[in-house]
Design a protein around this ligand. Structure first.
Ligand code: 4AD
Ligand code: MG
Length: 460
């Protein structure tokens, strides 16, 4: 008999009769003539109840099983007379695939996120993390669906790069040279002897590569892992995270904000339609405001204000922030959260940032002081998206690189793209983990990542 998933039982009410399920025991309760087993196979949150009769040949083994043991159960699916479930399986045979010892680390009580993070293989067996990683999978798909439906092409941009997209220097170096064996010249490392013949790093963003393809395929996106050696041990930064980066030819900053808004609304709508059961876990036990936050995103027009307006609002707010608000400096997370959470009470785009706090590739505005950048700030998270219109004018780009002290030879291929059919183009990067935090109400980025990497932490 073919195994069916427990999720299919709950999805398709017509399934009845003989079935085979396999999964892990969540709880087992013995009564006089039979045992009740709550079985879960990871396909959904709700367990299936198994009735194990004491007439089973191996009943004495079955009744002594404990949480975590793996079983194959064949039996009959039928309406349940009991409370709490519509159907149950009356077992004909129960095969014990693996019996856990009594020392199973997960108890029935709720465990802390820190504790669960320390057990790689059992964390996703808890209700919360099972739900989290099913959601993570679904939301990845919604992202692809949105762009694919709109005719964007998915470009696999490289993980190993020779350039620093954001110019922030927060990169992990890639090398195959053994420690201590790097050749040096005048005390400086000589990368010509390294694997690629030059200094190479893990990418901080796929943008520059995506731009090359937008200038030929039109609308493209990349969605993959990015790496940042920011030593900021915050609840919103990870050293390895995933970024969604659409890049669109013939598109300006305003168009980009419109697409970003439509994209987020599409993802939230798909999420609420598809992940109802897992969403309900987070809205009941993690953040009871979640339905309200989701409704706000779906029903509101996102605010759009300039950086100048944002700073004025912050200065006139009368709030005492830990970090002082100053023109020409970056907004801190507390400022960003104030704007979206308390002031506008909805997502807000901030655009036209001062040039001195933004990377070289952003398009210079006519005032020569600000660039066509935008960030999307959302309640509970702060910055969810960072994007811009790119500098498509060759002379402006070169001037800006000079002003910022960047070596043109390091970016010759990028500069080249502004020579032959350069067109206005724009794009943005959305932090996938921050999106998951927004969708689930989870406040620590580590808890939306299967194997989180943060400063000092890389156990598995
Ligand atoms: O604002 P950022 O640095 O923008 C870029 O990298 C652009 N090249 C993107 C583009 O235009 N194609 O990063 C984009 C987003 C941020 O808004 C944030 O959500 C997320 O990536 N992010 C991080 N998420 C988790 N951990 C970190 N250390 C992150 N750094 C950025
Ligand atoms: Mg940013």
């Amino acid at each position: 008999m073919k195994r069916i998933k427990i999720a299919d039982i709950w999805k398709d009410q017509r399934i009845s009769g003989p079935v085979l399920v396999k999964g892990w025991i969540r709880t087992l309760r013995n009564s006089k003539h039979f045992s009740f087993i709550e079985l879960n196979d990871g396909s959904c949150l709700t367990n299936i109840q198994i009735i194990a009769d004491n007439t089973l040949l191996n009943y004495t083994d079955v009744e002594s099983l404990t949480t975590g043991s793996a079983l194959a159960v064949s039996g009959t699916l039928r309406n349940s007379p009991g409370q709490g479930q519509s159907v149950e399986i009356h077992a004909d045979t129960i095969t014990i695939i693996n019996k856990t010892p009594d020392s199973y680390p997960l108890q029935k009580k709720r465990h802390s996120d820190e504790f669960l993070r320390s057990i790689a293989h059992l964390r996703p067996r808890s209700n919360k993390y099972g739900a989290m990683f099913r959601i993570r999978s679904h939301v990845s798909m919604f992202i692809h669906n949105y762009f694919q439906n709109k005719g964007f092409f998915y470009i696999h941009t490289p993980v190993i790069t020779g350039s620093d997209c954001e110019g922030a220097g927060e990169m992990f170096r890639v090398s195959n040279i053994k420690p201590g064996q790097m050749i040096t010249q005048n005390g400086k490392p000589d990368f010509s002897s390294d694997f690629f013949g030059k200094e190479t790093n893990l990418t901080v963003s796929g943008q520059l590569s995506a731009e090359m393809f937008a200038l030929s395929l039109g609308d493209v996106y990349t969605f993959g892992p990015t790496f940042r050696a920011e030593n900021s041990n915050t609840s919103r930064h990870a050293a390895e995270f995933w970024m969604v980066e659409p890049e669109m030819a013939f598109c300006d900053l305003t168009d980009t904000m419109t697409i970003a808004e439509e994209f987020i609304k599409y993802v939230v709508k798909s999420y609420l339609e598809t992940c109802q059961e897992d969403f309900s876990l987070f809205s009941r036990f993690v953040d009871t405001e979640l339905p309200h936050v989701m409704n706000t995103i779906l029903s509101s027009d996102f605010e759009r204000i300039s950086y100048l307006e944002a700073v004025n609002i912050l200065i006139n707010s009368g709030k005492s922030f830990e970090f002082k608000v100053e023109f020409n400096s970056d907004l801190q997370s507390e400022h960003e959260r104030f704007l979206s959470e308390e002031y506008f009470k909805k997502p807000v785009f901030i655009y036209n940032y001062p040039k001195n706090i933004k990377p070289f590739y952003m398009r210079m505005n006519d005032d020569d002081q600000t660039v066509a950048a935008m960030d999307l700030l959302v309640p509970n998270i702060g910055e969810l998206i960072g994007g811009s219109q790119r500098e498509e004018r060759l002379d402006y780009l070169i001037k800006r690189m000079k002003d910022m002290g960047l070596k043109q030879e390091d970016y010759w291929w990028y500069i080249d793209s502004r020579k032959y059919g350069s067109v206005p183009h724009s794009g943005f990067g959305l932090g996938f983990e921050r999106l998951l935090m927004l969708l689930t109400g989870v406040t620590n980025i580590r808890d939306v990542i299967p194997f989180p990497r943060t400063p000092g932490h890389i156990e598995f």
